[in-house]
Design a protein around this ligand. Structure first.
Ligand code: NDP
Ligand SMILES: N[C@@H](CC=O)C(=O)O
Length: 449
């Protein structure tokens, strides 16, 4: 610490010739795509403001990319580009490594080596943090380095800092949110403009919202990784990806969205992390959200995270969940935090080490309301047979509507249940598979609100 404070002089210090002795903090960037470009724009565009906050200029010294010959949307000094990330990691003058290139195994190697060398890390990589966060944070603690990853969840919303610092005094019981911008963009356009799924996905990719492989967006994996991170921080226990039940939006049809609207709901891909009696459950799934719930009106690329704490009650955080500048805002805020810690000599002190033993709720304790759309034979007694099965497994019904199907000779039955356990619902659905009068279990969704 002493050595650092000596080498990074305070603002205003001058040599005998009157030249400033304030040493710039040098940052190495891994990746210059959507997020990396935003980082360069903000660091260069807000330099005066940033350097006055941290007391030194911030200089992006070296940038690793896949292809140095590629045309870039911003002007960068070609001499700063390299196709070899190790050149950035091993650069002797670089103190902070900003990882915005994505990837898991190879990227983990870069990060661990950078930490080994005493460099601080800022990353937007939720895949990496959800899978290897505990190993990386342990290494950071050993080396007294910072690892900050605000941009990894909900883009421009400072939710990680909020959970670590803002809610440090409370016991969080629920974290519920829209944490994937791409899927919210798709569902909004399907709902509001009747657009096709493929068309909107292509638009989300062109706007830089989607992951390199958008399967992880639409299959819910990206949201699941983010929920694992939020669950770990919120419940102070080590939530792993395998603890999160995941279902994406690929099977959601326009018809489902229309039914949802007709019943007073909006279809959203929701991540829900609940804690009851120190047992937790975490899921990501398309959910019908009551239109008067604040989350129902979160549209487009926007994300929102609702947090309930025992003491604070309900809170909600809203903002752009993906895209160049919103995401880069979080990355650069992390760079500022690292440099402020550097100045104070307190890096590596803020890592959150989950300390609670993890206990997952059993299916008997996981409760939700449910929407079920069935295609059934259009004849007398069908409704009675179906409601009988719900009664058998003690699932109470909030509403049941039977109507002719617009497109075929079957009838449709639309059911919304009261709160029921996952165990009971699974039994009902299993039983339905062998019930002759049911032609098809068309859709099943969780209902919220
Ligand atoms: N896009 C978004 O809205 C958000 C993204 N994130 C996360 O941020 C990270 C970056 O995302 P994004 O900017 O969209 O990704 P992009 O695909 O737009 O950019 C990736 C960048 O990394 C470079 N790169 C990739 N692989 C290598 C490699 N092996 N060696 C050197 N350089 C490499 C690419 O080089 P080249 O330019 O030459 O191809 C490119 O500049 C990901 O982890 C993502 O999940 C987090 C929040 C929001
Ligand atoms: N692909 C992600 C990008 C931000 O994390 C999303 O759409 O939310």
């Amino acid at each position: 610490m002493y050595v650092w404070l000596k080498s990074y002089r305070g603002e205003g210090e001058k040599d005998i010739g009157g030249r400033s002795l304030v040493k710039p903090v040098k940052v190495g960037l891994l990746g210059l795509g959507t997020v990396g470009t935003g980082v360069v724009r903000i660091v260069e565009g807000n330099q005066e403001d940033l350097s006055s906050q941290v007391g030194s200029p911030i200089v992006i010294e070296k940038i690793a990319v896949k292809n140095t010959e590629k045309d870039r949307v911003i002007a960068v000094d070609r001499a700063k580009l390299t196709e070899d990330p190790w050149e950035v990691i091993r650069h002797p003058d670089i103190d902070v490594i900003v990882e915005v290139m994505g990837g898991i195994d190879q990227t983990k190697e870069y990060i661990l080596e950078a930490l080994e060398r005493g460099k601080h890390i800022v990353t937007a990589n939720k895949d990496l943090m959800a899978l290897h966060g505990s190993e990386i944070l342990a290494k950071a603690q050993e080396k007294q380095c910072d690892v900050f990853y605000e941009a990894s969840v909900a883009g421009g919303i400072p939710i990680i800092r909020t959970l670590i610092e803002g809610f440090s005094s409370d016991r969080i019981t629920r974290i519920m949110g829209i944490v994937n911008g791409t899927t919210n963009f798709i569902l909004t356009k399907m709902s509001q403009e009747g657009a096709s799924y493929e068309e909107v996905l292509a638009e989300a990719q062109a706007l830089g919202y989607a992951e390199t492989d958008p399967t992880s967006d639409v299959e819910g994996l990206d949201a699941a990784r983010k929920m694992a991170i939020l669950g770990t921080l919120g419940f102070r226990t080590n939530v792993e990806l395998k603890d999160v039940t995941v279902k994406g939006i690929t099977s959601v049809t326009r018809e489902d969205i229309t039914y949802a609207k007709r019943l007073g709901y909006e279809m959203k891909l929701l991540g829900i992390a609940d804690r009851r009696d120190d047992e937790i459950t975490i899921s990501v799934q398309p959910t019908m959200v009551r239109q008067n719930h604040p989350i129902a009106s979160v549209n487009g690329v926007f994300n929102a995270v609702y947090v309930h704490g025992e003491a604070v009650g309900e809170t909600m955080f809203y903002g752009a969940g993906a895209g160049e500048l919103p995401t880069a805002t979080s990355v650069v805020a992390d760079i500022v935090a690292v440099i402020k810690n550097l100045k104070l000599g307190v890096n590596g002190l803020k890592a959150i080490v989950p300390y609670k033993q993890k206990r997952l709720q059993s299916d008997e304790h996981i409760m939700s309301k449910n929407f079920i759309l069935l295609h059934v034979d259009d004849k007398a007694g069908v409704l009675a047979q179906i409601t009988q099965i719900f009664a058998e497994y003690e699932v109470s019904l909030a509403s049941v509507v039977q109507q002719p199907n617009e497109h075929n000779p079957d009838a449709e039955i639309i059911i919304v249940t009261h709160n029921a356990s996952k165990a009971s619902m699974d039994k009902v659905l299993k039983h339905f598979e062998s019930l002759a009068v049911i032609r098809r279990i068309k859709s099943v969704y969780r209902v919220e609100g």
